[in-house]
Design a protein around this ligand. Structure first.
Ligand code: ATP
Length: 552
């Protein structure tokens, strides 16, 4: 098939902004394309040469491209640069330069789609010292047979900026229209394979049934299942029947694939970052010594038992250089939470079972590799979810996930089967003005603390009772301190001098007539004792109000 035919489609797509028209233009073209080149055509129509997850890259920047153009059209690289600057687009500049070219080859064969694709693939294969020169040569050879319009789109494709206003959504609709297939079936096939070329080819050759048989395979990443915010932990657990609640780690989500001996670590954007995280690859080799699987988890970095900032993890996973030095400085920790494939695809297997499979195949290595902390919570005992939330915040994590044990894995879907409940990023520094003794084994410990903020005049206004999320030793220390400043005692309740300041995390601020400040905190958890602050430094009711207003 001639490249010109694809170029005509690009031009028609460009001539309309209406999505339905674009869909029909592309659908007609896909219908008339031979199945064997359909995968290439499909990718090229999206302005891509390789699927998103492929490790292949053309590695051609604007400079190299301008050099090749200058050689073909016989002008200086500076003249090409000027033209690109004037038109603000490599494609328009190339079209102009090719229409006015001085050098022309005497006889050229018309370009085919396969030829264009092959040359682009060849460029991706070139690496090492002399790669740049070889790439220029490949481009020169390709462009010397190109018409002005062909040059316009070849150059844009090389830089991955096709500009015909066609996204994956329109492509999916076009495949559905071209081969008369239910949209949801195309959608699902695309979700599972992330391979538009394969989906188009199977749609043409095998129709809807063929697409239904496509499934995920190790090596090709799947779009991750996403979470909605939980409005009420209690109601959500009730709705699920019971829930599997987990610590929500604030790190970097990864989908790890093993295909025989090869391990790939994909990001949410489906890039393979395995070279940036060699320790993660080692943990997988040691702790999941199996063939062919897909698991999912979160990478975090810990220092002295506490997670360090997400920004740090982000820097690590993006690093190409000095990886070994950095991994010695702060090694990464991996917490897995799901299995998508083990011996067979598991996405239709209920979550509870997927997790059991994960447990049965993993060897925990403390501090390096583990599974997300999980608790089964029934509607009768939702306090366990609250305890998990406190534990998570105390340990420096983000909150909890609430997962439906019966749910399948739903790639790319942000639904109600997986929910998140987080502490706000803001914390409040509040002073203890009283407390309540515990019961039973904890009868001699103050377990819940009444905390207050200050108003504009410096007067203290209570706003919450917070049970500590602190470990036993810190709790004992805190209880002793408050005991020594008690000024009034009534049953289990005490009032104390306002001396001890706590940093308190919470999930939400709500209006509350029960407390003097007029507001209260939902899910308050003590993050730490602020010995460095004095009473004048505590937060104000005004700040509490402004956080409340900013969220409502
Ligand atoms: P957020 O910023 O809240 O993470 P998001 O859009 O990045 O939002 P969501 O899908 O809304 O992602 O929230 C779920 C994210 O939480 C997952 O993508 C994953 O990275 C992370 N996470 C941490 N711990 C877990 C866990 N135990 N189970 C599932 N996801 C977890």
């Amino acid at each position: 098939m001639k490249y010109k035919e694809l170029v005509d489609v690009y031009e028609s797509l460009n001539s309309t902004t209406k999505r339905l028209e674009k869909t029909t233009i592309l659908a007609e073209f896909l219908k008339n394309t031979d199945a064997e080149i359909l995968p290439i055509v499909t990718l090229l129509s999206l302005g891509k040469v390789f699927p998103t997850w492929s490790e292949k890259e053309m590695g051609v920047g604007l400079k190299i491209l301008m050099k090749a153009i200058s050689l073909v059209v016989g002008v200086s690289p500076e003249a090409v640069e000027d033209s690109v600057r004037d038109r603000g687009d490599i494609g328009l500049a190339s079209e102009y330069l090719f229409s006015n070219r001085f050098q022309s080859t005497l006889f050229t064969m018309p370009l085919t789609i396969v030829k264009v694709y092959n040359n682009m693939e060849k460029m991706a294969d070139k690496s090492g010292k002399k790669a740049q020169g070889k790439k220029i040569e490949i481009l020169r050879e390709l462009l010397s047979s190109a018409s002005p319009k062909e040059a316009k789109y070849i150059t844009r494709t090389v830089l991955e900026e096709l500009r015909v206003g066609l996204g994956e959504g329109t492509l999916k609709d076009a495949i559905s229209e071209a081969f008369n297939i239910n949209k949801e079936v195309v959608e699902r096939a695309m979700m599972l394979t992330n391979d538009p070329g394969l989906v188009a080819e199977v749609a043409k050759e095998e129709g809807e049934e063929g697409l239904k048989n496509l499934t995920l395979i190790p090596g090709k990443p799947v779009k991750p299942m996403l979470a909605q915010l939980s409005k009420s932990v209690k109601d959500d657990i009730k709705e699920m029947g019971y829930a599997l609640c987990e610590v929500k780690y604030d790190g970097f989500r990864v989908q790890i694939h093993r295909i025989r001996d090869e391990i790939k670590v994909f990001t949410r954007r489906l890039d393979n970052i395995k070279d940036a995280v060699p320790e993660i690859v080692e943990y997988i080799e040691n702790c999941l010594p199996h063939k062919d699987f897909i698991v999912e988890g979160e990478i975090i970095a810990m220092r002295e038992g506490k997670p360090i900032s997400f920004q740090y993890v982000l820097q690590r996973v993006r690093r190409k250089y000095e990886v070994e030095r950095l991994r010695l400085e702060v090694p990464l920790t991996l917490y897995l939470f799901d299995t998508l494939y083990f011996e067979k695809p598991l996405i239709d297997t209920p979550f509870e079972q997927r997790r059991k499979i994960l447990e049965s195949i993993s060897k925990i290595d403390d501090g390096k590799f583990g599974l997300s902390t999980q608790v089964k919570v029934t509607p009768e005992h939702t306090a366990y979810a609250e305890d998990l939330f406190k534990l998570a915040i105390e340990k420096g994590h983000e909150g909890i996930m609430i997962k439906d044990p019966h749910a399948p894995y739903m790639p790319g879907i942000r639904g109600k089967k997986m929910l998140k409940f987080k502490a706000t990023p803001e914390t409040l520094d509040l002073v203890i003005v009283g407390g309540i003794y515990g019961r039973g084994r904890r009868a001699n410990l103050i377990g819940s603390y009444l905390v207050a903020a200050q108003d504009g005049t410096g007067a203290l206004k209570t706003i919450a009772h917070t049970a500590t999320g602190l470990d036993d030793n810190t709790l004992l220390e805190l209880s002793n301190k408050v005991e020594s400043s008690i000024i009034e005692k009534k049953g289990r309740k005490v009032k104390s001098e306002p001396e001890i300041i706590l940093e308190v995390a919470f999930s939400e601020i709500v209006k509350s007539p029960e407390y003097e400040g007029g507001y209260s905190l939902r899910f308050p958890v003590v993050k730490r004792i602020r010995e460095d602050l004095s009473i004048e430094d505590i937060d104000t009711v005004e700040r509490v109000e402004s956080i409340f207003k900013s969220k409502s």
